[in-house]
Design a binder for this molecule. Structure first.
Ligand code: CA
Ligand code: CA
Length: 233
């Protein structure tokens, strides 16, 4: 083997090493290296696990206050420029949530009654997505975030980066006890406060940071939307 071919082989091995380590191919987005975080307040972010696993909840709101930031990377940890990122809701979520008629991003309904929102990352593989809706639902894999390369034409063939077992929103309730009404107002404050103060049992619908308890951190998240009277049609 010549020095040149040896150097080339070494370079190829260096490139393939992350592939061997993670077991993931380099030509698809990686749920291990890709990053997802949620902006749950004006300057408050929650980092989600960096491995493919369910995370506590996904947070839509009637206003575009909650930001889902996704950084798409391949198995070697290199940013994936111009990746397409989708937020996909199950048919059960489509039925249960109160959707705003105007959305921050392009969206469409998929087979089986699912709904997908999508946006395209920039050159650094980073994209922010907001979903405008109210309501709450806890169910296995009720929502997921997935990504494909720029040529991807369908979320069905995209790689799932994260999935969620709950979707909740500060729009917890509506008139007459319906589960949501696309507005965050005194009804929602009363519903939230009852759980916070222990007058109603724990519900994931009031656990906005998904830590298994309802407390001041959740109140802070709720208050952001209540104070701006978040609402949509
Ligand atoms: Ca409401
Ligand atoms: Ca909580």
């Amino acid at each position: 083997m010549s020095w040149r071919s040896l150097a080339l082989s070494t370079a190829v091995l260096a490139v393939l090493a992350p592939l061997a380590a993670s077991g993931e191919p380099l030509e698809v987005p990686s749920p291990v290296t890709s990053q997802v975080r949620l902006q749950i307040g004006p300057s408050s972010w929650v980092n989600e696990p960096t491995t493919l696993s369910h995370v506590p909840d996904n947070l839509p709101a009637p206003d575009p206050g909650f930001v889902i930031e996704v950084t798409v990377k391949n198995a070697a940890g290199s940013p994936w420029p111009y990746a397409k990122v989708y937020v996909v809701y199950s048919a059960a979520a489509v039925q249960a949530l109160c959707w705003c008629s105007e959305q921050s991003h392009l969206w469409g309904d998929l087979s089986g009654g699912r709904r997908a929102f999508w946006a395209q990352a920039g050159a650094s593989g980073v994209v922010e997505i907001r979903v405008n809706a109210g309501g709450c639902l806890q169910a296995p894999a009720v929502c997921d975030i997935r990504a494909s390369d720029a040529s991807g034409v369908s979320p069905n063939t995209a790689v799932v980066l994260r999935y969620y077992n709950a979707v909740n929103s500060p729009d917890m309730i509506g008139p007459g006890g319906i589960v949501c009404d696309r507005a965050v107002d005194l009804r929602d404050l009363a519903a939230y406060a009852a759980v916070h103060l222990g007058m109603s049992p724990y519900t994931v619908c009031a656990d906005f940071n998904g830590d298994g308890a309802v407390g001041l951190a959740d109140l802070q998240i709720y208050a952001v939307h209540h104070l701006r009277a978040a609402a949509c049609n």
